[in-house]
Write a protein that binds this ligand. Sequence first.
Ligand SMILES: Cc1cc2nc3c(=O)[nH]c(=O)nc-3n(C[C@H](O)[C@H](O)[C@H](O)COP(=O)(O)OP(=O)(O)OC[C@H]3O[C@@H](n4cnc5c(N)ncnc54)[C@H](O)[C@@H]3O)c2cc1C
Length: 638
Amino acid sequence: MNNIPAPPEEPGPLIDTSEMSAGQRAAMELTEAARESGDARTFAGGMFMGEFNLSTVHPFPVQSAGDRDQGDAFLKQLETLLREKVDADEIDRTGEIPRPVIDELARLGAFGIKVPTEYGGLGLSQTNYCRAAMLLGSWCGNLTALISAHQSIGVPQPLILFGTEAQKQKYLPRVARGEISAFALTETNVGSDPAAMATRAEPTPDGKYFILNGEKLWCTNGTKAGVIVVMAKTPPKVVNGKSKDQITAFIVEMDWAGVEVLHRCHFMGLKALYNGVIRFTNVHVPCENILLAEGKGLRVALTTLDTGRLTLPAACVGAAKRCLNISRAWANERKQWGAPIGKHAAIADKLARMAADIFAMESMTLLAASRVDHDKHADVRLEAAMCKLWATEATWRIVNDAVQIRGGRGYETAASLKARGEPGIALERMLRDCRINTIFEGSSEIMRLFIAREMLDPHLKVSAAALNSQLPLRRQLSAATKAAIFYSTWYPKQWLPFAGQFQISDFKFQIGARHLRYVARTNRRLARAIFHAMLRHGPKLEREQLLLGRFVDIGTELFAMTAVCLRGKRLLNPVNSMDKNEDLPGLIDYFCNTARLRIAQHFRGVRRNVDPTGYRLAQKVLADRFEELESGIVQTSK
Ligand SMILES: Cc1cc2nc3c(=O)[nH]c(=O)nc-3n(C[C@H](O)[C@H](O)[C@H](O)COP(=O)(O)OP(=O)(O)OC[C@H]3O[C@@H](n4cnc5c(N)ncnc54)[C@H](O)[C@@H]3O)c2cc1C
């Protein structure tokens, strides 16, 4: 399948940064250096190259009975705790998670769900962890954030992945028992772009410590944590004759001299987030507290997030299911204009989309999670990013639709509803809480760029050297010859009408076969469209964010369709035929048909769009050429 020529012996930079600004170049070089560059192509990665290798994802995974039982025992206790002891509205109102709730979570092992048992954790699988996130997400956004920031990005995950045995022995039992942890990357001038990082760590002359100085912003759990992971710049190193910035990840204990919480931040939602600004003044961090190695901090952060990112979509599934639960009940109960509102087409449409999208995001997340369970080192970068992007955006629509279905009651607070004798249904809180999901752990814009980078990677490996003006002419010519040979066979294949169809017949799909045939065909159409865009834009394609975004969205929809069809096949052949849901084919068809409509719209957008004029217009807006549009208001900025 991966018949791409081997990269040249000295690959050189894959991306030509010669025409970039210094800031852009620094950001690009830093993230490129930290990027994992596995050559094995995953199902999702192959789709962008026109491949349809169903055998890598078929059959849809089923949790083994043992794994499920292990998860069930913990989830049952967690559910009881949530139902009986966690008042999510009270937590929202007071901005505090009661200490007994945190203690009880610790007692259940909720702070060490994935931590191996030999280090005091529950040692549960990624799938069970996702099931816990779903349960939490359905009940309380604040608890979800506490557990997820601690476990998915805080100390446990990077330590499990990269920690030395001594680090694991020292810290994993502590964090598994309930010592809260956090992850500190963001700074005032460092959001999506870590190259501008100002926090620094300088080695002491005796080589035993690094002295840490700087300030971190928006560190979730930071005001309650005992131990955190901090990203800092360490002295640059000379690589290939050039000075290269280094970012290093340190494990820092919050009671060390020089660590201060300056401020607890407050937000639109997640009112009980223990999120703070943390200052480090001459903090002595022992060298043994470096994670992975000096200069490998960004790789620690990116790899941690690769699987860490699966928690958010799982929690989104939980929140979205809760919305469906609330919306379905209200759409049956509430009668207006002589009928339950669910019988009016405009509300029915929202319910249908909600149900189909929930099935899709759950299918995608389970598929990706099971890959981690089968192989701890599985490359799920793309799948996790697709799940994060798709699920957080779908959940925002779903919560918004649920508010609309509840009408005025959707906008009213739970406390006010209760005070006048109605059930305290807190959609207003859920809307506030879930708005952040498309911003943190990689904003939607950054997720699209991240997926686009992976999407273009096979092409960059084949052809970037030919166009890279930073390389000697001889290297460019040799690369151009290799690229011509590769594309002379690859491109015609993208026009073959039946590629991939046999696998679909082999796997005997009763439902979804026609949709999978569409996926196989559309993968090739997508691959052709990407290739044509490369020819049209050359190295400048990297700047065509909207165009790349459409390709990414098409690929993500195709991945969602595949996950839905595979899971549908699995569910339609249950071990116990009583579990069979006769209405499932309708749901699968509906989802795939809506996805096809969205894909068609994206393809239309590739051919006809107003991107360049929109960009020019935005630059004029930025240059304040439409002052009148901001007149007649109370202005906050000039
Ligand atoms: C509630 C909350 C909790 C958080 N928890 C943590 C935490 O625990 N640890 C931590 O380190 N950080 C945390 N963060 C920080 C969070 O990850 C950042 O907010 C996020 O990375 C975005 O950074 P920014 O807000 O500075 O936005 P910016 O990077 O300034 O971006 C602003 C906007 O521009 C877009 N944008 C930026 N660059 C590009 C580009 N190249 N192309 C197109 N669009 C672009 C972004 O998508 C965004 O829409 C948290 C933030 C919040 C609000």
